[in-house]
Design a protein around this ligand. Sequence first.
Ligand SMILES: [Zn+2]
Length: 220
Amino acid sequence: MTYYTIGHDDNRRTPYAPTILNTEDAFLSNCSKCGRTRFNDSNRDLILLLEGKGKLPDFLSCGHYPLTLISERTLDAWRAAGITGYESFPVKLVNKQDEEICDVQYHNIIITGRAELDYKKMGVKIKKICSKCGAVEYNKETWEFGEAFMKENTYDGSDLFVTKYFERAPICTFKVLEIVYKNKLTNFAFGNFEEKFFYTAPDINMKELFKKPKGDSRLQ
Ligand SMILES: [Zn+2]
């Protein structure tokens, strides 16, 4: 099986949500032991500030924290196709004048699918894990991890999943790419799972990927 990283396009040619407004509910808090800024998963009723001009995208980027924010249209398509491995929570968007934006309903996606990386195969060692928040310190920086490998028998089979310790970096199956391509959903960017830590690797060219080779009935 082939897996892909899934995220938003970084071009900023579409509106984006740079700020989470309701941080007073301890949405973002610093670990009292290691100082890490972390996500308070219990607060899911997010209010986001929308900025930028143009047509609202299907994957909305959040500059404040790497949230997976998708349009209702995307969620409907995922539901219809039976995509597994996530929970969704509606978010509220407002503009600078504090007026609510209702043109597109967005949803915060919390990924529930799980797998683990094969650190042994990758030559990565865990040095320390914060006993309070679970922050992990490695023997090298993540951009030095090299090719990513999945640990055998750790993948739960979900269409959307994250690897242990990288809960903010969603991975998906080919089915998710197919839905995005067929429904022309905008502002999504996919990469090869193996290149997960090659931060400058180019996004997958969807047109190229879905160019139907002769005799391939997969997309009919
Ligand atoms: Zn900590």
